[in-house]
Design a protein around this ligand. Structure first.
Ligand SMILES: Cc1ncc(COP(=O)(O)O)c(C=O)c1O
Length: 411
C-alpha cells in the first residue's frame, strides 16, 4: 500500500484513458437527480443525441447510450449484428482488434454457424486495407455481415485510414456493413460517418470525450438498423431495435445514467466551444510535440517509436518501445512508468498484450494543452534521468520548438 501522502499541485494524467476530466464536466455530473418525467430529462437526452450526431457527422443515425465501457459497446455491436451462418470480419490492427475478435469468438457458441474472421496484423503497422478487400472478394457467398475496424489502436498508438477501408469494401463490391471502434479516436481525430459511409460508430466516454469511464455510445445508421431488425437474436439490454423508441425508459433499457448524460452534455459543449476542427488540430499539435521529443530521445538507441508508419502515428497516444538489448540490461518500461508517476507526478501508461513490458505510452488526448504536454514530457525525461536510461538529450527543447512554430486557431 502506498502511503496516503498529500500531493502538492496535482498529478498529471497522461494515460490514454481515463483522461483528465474538466471541472465543467465534473460540476455538471454533480447536479441533482431529476424525476424521469421532468421535461429537462428529455431535453438532456435530446441534447446528448444531437451533440453526438454533430461530433460524428452522423445526422442520419440513431444514437444509443449505455451504462457501459468500451467492452460493453463491443458486445453491443456483436450481438446486434451476429446472425446464423454470418461472419464478422475484424481487420488485424493490434491488441484491441484482437480482443474484440476474442469477444465474438466467445459469443459464437450462442448463434449457430456464426463466426469471426480476421485479417493478418503486422506489428507497428495500421490495418491492411488490401487484405480486407481480398477477404471480401473471396467471400463469394457473402457470409461476411460487417467489417469491424478499430480506428485508433490505443495499445500501439496507430490510427488506421478509414477512407482506405471504405475503398476496400467498395472495390470488392461487397454489401458488408462498415463498423468503427472510435473509443480512442472520437473527438481526437476526424471521423465522418456520412462522408465515409460508416454504418455504426461505437465508443466510450473516458478518452477524447473528457468524461469519467462508464458511458458507452453507438451511432447506428439505417442499414445497420435494418440488418439488426431483420436478424432478431438473444439480446435484450444491448438490442438496438428494442431501444429505438421515443420513451426514455425504453431508449435506455431502464433508468438513464443521468449524471453521465449531464457530463456528456457539458463535454460536448466544451468541444463545440473550442470548435471540432481546432480540437483535432490541438491533438495533432500536441502529438507532434511528443514525437519531436521522441526523435531526440531515440538518438541514444534505447528507445524508438513503436509505429513504423509515420503517417499512421495517432493523435491520441504515442507508444515508445524500449530496445530488446536495453531491456536485457535492465531498462524497464514499467520502472520508468512508476518513477514518472510516484516521483514526478506524471501518470503514463504501460504496454498491453504482446507489448507488455516492451513499451510505455504517453497519452495526449482529451483535455490537455501545451503546458500539460510539456509537463508530461519533462516528467518522463526526469524519470528516465533518475533511472539512468540512455536517451538522447534535447527532447523538451524539440517539443517546445514544435509547439512554438505551430499555428493555433484561436490565438
Ligand atoms: C480502441 C479501444 N477499443 C476498446 C477499448 C475497450 O474499452 P474499455 O476499457 O472501456 O472497455 C479500448 C480501451 O482502452 C480501446 O482503446
Amino acid at each position: 500500500m502506498l502511503a496516503p501522502t498529500r500531493i502538492p499541485g496535482f498529478r498529471f494524467i497522461h494515460s490514454p484513458g481515463p483522461t483528465r476530466v474538466p471541472d465543467e464536466v465534473m460540476h455538471a455530473m454533480q447536479r441533482p437527480m431529476m424525476d424521469l418525467m421532468d421535461p429537462r430529462v428529455a431535453d438532456l437526452i435530446a441534447d446528448c443525441e444531437a451533440g453526438m450526431k454533430r461530433l460524428l457527422d452522423g445526422a442520419d443515425s440513431d444514437v444509443f447510450f449505455y451504462a457501459a465501457n468500451g467492452h460493453g459497446m463491443w458486445e453491443a455491436v456483436a450481438v446486434n449484428l451476429m446472425a446464423p451462418g454470418k461472419t464478422l470480419l475484424v481487420p488485424g490492427g493490434g491488441h484491441f482488434s484482437d480482443t474484440w475478435a476474442q469477444l465474438i469468438e466467445v459469443l459464437e457458441a450462442a448463434v449457430s454457424g456464426s463466426g469471426v474472421q480476421r485479417t493478418p496484423y503486422r506489428e507497428g503497422h495500421p490495418i491492411d486495407a488490401a487484405a480486407i478487400e481480398q477477404a471480401l472478394r473471396d467471400d463469394r457467398e457473402q457470409r461476411i455481415a460487417a467489417v469491424l475496424a478499430v480506428h485508433t489502436d490505443t495499445a500501439s498508438g496507430i490510427t488506421s485510414d478509414l477512407a482506405a477501408v471504405r475503398r476496400a469494401i467498395d472495390a470488392a463490391r461487397h454489401p458488408a456493413l462498415f463498423v468503427v471502434d472510435a473509443v480512442a479516436s472520437a473527438a481526437a481525430a476526424p471521423l465522418a460517418m456520412r462522408a465515409l459511409g460508416i454504418d455504426v460508430v461505437m465508443g466510450a466516454s473516458q478518452k477524447g470525450l473528457m468524461m469519467p469511464p462508464g458511458l458507452g455510445f453507438a451511432a447506428v445508421g439505417a442499414r445497420a438498423m435494418a440488418w439488426t431488425q431483420a436478424h432478431p437474436g438473444a439480446r435484450f439490454y444491448w438490442d438496438w431495435a428494442r431501444r429505438k423508441s421515443d420513451q426514455q425508459y425504453r431508449k435506455f433499457c431502464g433508468t438513464p445514467p443521468l449524471a453521465h448524460l449531464q457530463g456528456l452534455r457539458a463535454a460536448l459543449g466544451l468541444i463545440e466551444q473550442e470548435g471540432l476542427e481546432e480540437v483535432h488540430a490541438r491533438h495533432r499539435r500536441l502529438a507532434g510535440a511528443v514525437q519531436a521529443a521522441l526523435q531526440c530521445w531515440a538518438e541514444a538507441g534505447a528507445l524508438r517509436a513503436h509505429c513504423k508508419v509515420p503517417a499512421a502515428q495517432s493523435a491520441s497516444v504515442t507508444a515508445i518501445e524500449v530496445d530488446a538489448a536495453q531491456r536485457e540490461r535492465g531498462v524497464d518500461p514499467e520502472a520508468i512508468r512508476s518513477m514518472a508517476r510516484e516521483r514526478f507526478q506524471v501518470a503514463i501508461a504501460g504496454g498491453l498484450g504482446p507489448l507488455a513490458g516492451r513499451v510505455f505510452r504517453i497519452g495526449h488526448l482529451g483535455d490537455m494543452n501545451e503546458a500539460t504536454i510539456l509537463g508530461a514530457l519533462a516528467g518522463v525525461e526526469a524519470a528516465m534521468s533518475t533511472l539512468l536510461v540512455p536517451f538522447g538529450r534535447g527532447g523538451l527543447e524539440a517539443a517546445i520548438a514544435h509547439l512554438a512554430q505551430a499555428r493555433v486557431g484561436h490565438a
